[in-house]
Ligand binder design. Structure first.
Ligand SMILES: [Fe+2]
Length: 139
């Protein structure tokens, strides 16, 4: 398999599908809990766990061909990859907030800004962790 071939592209798409299914299942489980359907919530959480497993399987295939979506093969590289993604997400959210403001949707703009701030906080945590891992590697 090549990382630029159709199967690798399908694995990346399948991963996005699984990630979406897993989060939607967790969201629906929360709704089921609110409606007093703990049985449904429990099943939805089990399904989310299964979707996560499928997504991990896709990443393992992608890791074999060196696809950056699967990280970089070790924790230091994975932290760098997560940091790049988190900074890109923060930038995207800032853009979404600006767009929502132009569209006169202040609640959506506030929400995007809140998430952008959370992404910046995550990026700061990742930078600290990365420094710590790099210091450990020098010792
Ligand atoms: Fe699945």
């Amino acid at each position: 398999m090549h990382s630029d071939g159709p199967t690798a592209a399908n694995l990346r798409e399948a991963f996005a599908r699984e990630a979406q299914s897993a989060l939607r299942s967790l969201y629906f489980a929360r709704r089921a809990d609110v409606e007093g359907r703990a049985d449904v919530a429990s099943l939805l959480r089990a399904i989310a766990e299964g979707e996560g497993g499928h997504g991990f399987g896709h990443l393992e295939f992608l890791e074999e061909v060196g696809d950056p979506l699967a990280g970089s093969g070790d924790t230091r590289g994975n932290l760098e990859s997560a940091l790049v993604e988190t900074e890109a997400n923060a930038e995207a959210y800032a853009g979404y907030a600006a767009e929502a403001t132009r569209e006169k949707l202040p609640d959506a703009a506030d929400w995007f800004s809140t998430v952008a701030a959370a992404e910046h906080a995550h990026a700061a945590q990742l930078r600290r962790l990365l420094r710590s891992v790099e210091e450990d590697a020098r010792q």
